[in-house]
Design a protein around this ligand. Structure first.
Ligand code: 5GP
Ligand code: MN
Length: 327
């Protein structure tokens, strides 16, 4: 095992000395945001402390089945007084989309490369497969028993943030934590069913439409997927329904990277990037003012779609060719 981080010890002290906590994470929360925040909230409550989770956006529908998710406050600003804000799974305080967090003593716990170190205490570990791996260590260090509720959220976060155990960020620690979660009573079948098997028909139809229009770069190694409001409407789905779609082209053996353009308004696009193995799409997203991880990253860009596609394909071809020669 690794030695205990001094930042973790500082966080333990800071938590013990305080009583009222507000918790937050990045906008458009994913499984790791939700899981990290709620695992932490339940741990704080088990210590007799007050914990409120505030997010700028609601969780995606499949996550609503998990304990406490419906109790998350959705607000653009903090209302009330707290002794500390614990921000998890968020590279920059602005990415919370929640104003006023900076008024409090800020604890920043994250695994995103490029985290800006915005906290009074910053515990950052890019080797964690999910931020919830760090939350698990903190819960242990606080002496809080791993209840089924806490363990369910930690497992949910790891399952989703590793792309169902696909990404290169997975380590022996990942499975050690999952083993502990199962011993604490987590039902992995229930978690997977809730996350992956609770689609509506509009989502399935929209997947069909978007994948039907998918393009493949000349090299045969890159898939380009695109959705706009008109396509979503015609299929009877919404943009939220495209969650997870970006991963599907990677199931084709020859496809090594995916770029997914989601039209916001006019020439503005949300871009999601995915890759296999050593191909680093995080650096590409960062070049465009976004961020993320080696195998999963995103950014927002503006311009004529044909030009954006050409530029991204070029970057991705470069990233694929830049792999170490032995891969
Ligand atoms: P997704 O494609 O699912 O939206 O995001 C994939 C990963 O990239 C996530 O870990 C997410 O936090 C990160 N990411 C996505 N968009 C942005 C962005 O605009 N800025 C930063 N810093 N990270 C992003
Ligand atoms: Mn994460």
């Amino acid at each position: 095992m690794t030695t205990t981080s001094p930042d973790l010890l500082q966080i333990v002290e800071a938590v013990r000395a305080r009583r009222r906590f507000v918790l937050s994470s990045h906008a458009r929360p994913d499984g790791d945001s939700i899981g990290s925040q709620l695992a932490m909230a339940y741990a704080l409550q088990a210590m007799g402390k007050a914990a409120v989770v505030v997010n700028s956006d609601a969780a995606a529908a499949p996550l609503l089945a998990f304990p406490g998710v419906r109790d998350i406050r959705i607000a653009p600003a903090i209302d009330g007084d707290f002794d500390a804000a614990i921000i998890m799974e968020c590279g920059d305080l602005k990415r919370t989309g929640v104003a006023g967090l900076e008024r409090f003593f800020v604890v920043n716990i994250d695994h995103h490369p490029g985290n800006t170190g915005y906290g009074n205490i910053n515990w950052f570990d890019a080797t964690a497969a999910a931020c919830a791996e760090l939350v698990h260590e903190l819960v242990r260090a606080l002496g809080v028993p791993l209840t089924r509720q806490i363990a369910t959220h930690i497992y949910l976060a790891i399952l989703t943030d590793t792309g169902s155990f696909h990404y290169s960020s997975i380590s022996p620690r990942t499975f050690e934590i999952c083993r502990e979660c199962l011993e604490a009573g987590v039902d992995p079948v229930m978690v997977a069913r809730n996350v992956y098997d609770s689609n509506n028909m509009g989502r399935l139809k929209l997947f069909g439409a978007v994948l039907g229009a998918m393009q493949i770069a000349d090299s045969g190694r890159i898939a380009i997927v695109y959705v706009d409001h008109e396509m979503a409407r015609a299929a009877g789905g919404t943009y939220e329904d495209t969650e997870g779609l970006v991963n599907l082209p990677l199931t084709v053996k020859e496809i090594e990277a995916v770029v997914f353009f989601k039209q916001e308004k006019g020439d503005e696009y949300r871009v999601s990037l995915r890759s296999k193995g050593e191909i680093d799409v995080g650096v590409i997203a960062k070049e465009y003012g976004g961020g993320g991880h080696k195998n999963a990253a995103g950014c927002t860009i503006t311009g004529p779609i044909e030009e954006l596609q050409k530029a991204l394909i070029e970057k991705l071809e470069g990233a694929i060719d830049g792999r170490p020669a032995d891969r």
